[in-house]
Design a protein around this ligand. Structure first.
Ligand code: ZN
Length: 186
């Protein structure tokens, strides 16, 4: 099932998402639907709050970035109940976008490496360290579970300049080739 993507301005994107347990109803179905929804909207990552579920799950398929960074061909993963253990090493800037904030892209500075602990699709606890674009996507998706969006991580003046664009998005005044759910649409 393909969900509409929750747009900027919906309070669910600002909530701290809740942990899920292994017996969460339809857990596998939710994960499958998240991948399906992400592919439909040509995203490389999707967090559960973006389909209206305030639970700590995100999915990633970084294959579209494999051209820029070999090794990402098979980077398809689900992260359940992740905990960011550490973000470290030099900061670097990357032009980010978000399915919930269509047609907005901004350079965001983040640490280049991370160590994260999470449950995989078999509910096994794993701890892994990532760098490069894999780390970048994970940081962006992890933020969603904490109620943080990439536009919160740009300089205040730049965010100010985005205000009207963001307001338009929350009102549904944006065209996308995937379905969205707008908070303030009349
Ligand atoms: Zn996003």
């Amino acid at each position: 099932m393909i969900y509409p993507i929750v747009a900027y301005g919906d309070p669910i994107l600002r909530k701290m998402a809740e942990e899920v347990d292994e017996n969460h109803p339809d857990l596998q179905k939710i994960i499958d639907d998240m991948f399906e929804t992400m592919y439909k909207s040509s995203g490389v990552g999707l967090a559960a709050p973006q389909i209206g579920k305030s639970i700590r799950i995100f999915v990633i398929d970084a294959e579209p970035f494999a051209e820029d960074e070999p090794g990402l061909e098979d980077f398809k993963k689900v992260f359940i109940n992740p905990i960011m253990i550490e973000e470290f090493d030099d900061k670097w800037s990357f032009n980010e976008g978000c399915l919930s904030i269509p047609k907005v892209r901004e350079d965001v500075e983040r640490h280049s490496k991370i160590t994260i602990e999470y449950y995989n699709e078999n509910f096994e606890l794993v701890e892994e360290t990532y760098g490069g674009l894999a780390a970048r996507i994970i940081q962006h998706e992890y933020d969603h579970l904490e109620g943080v969006l990439f536009v919160d991580r740009i300089p205040p003046l730049k965010k100010k300049m985005l205000e009207s664009k963001l307001r338009d998005i929350s009102r549904g005044l944006v065209k996308t080739d995937y379905k969205m759910k707008f908070p303030k649409r009349k």
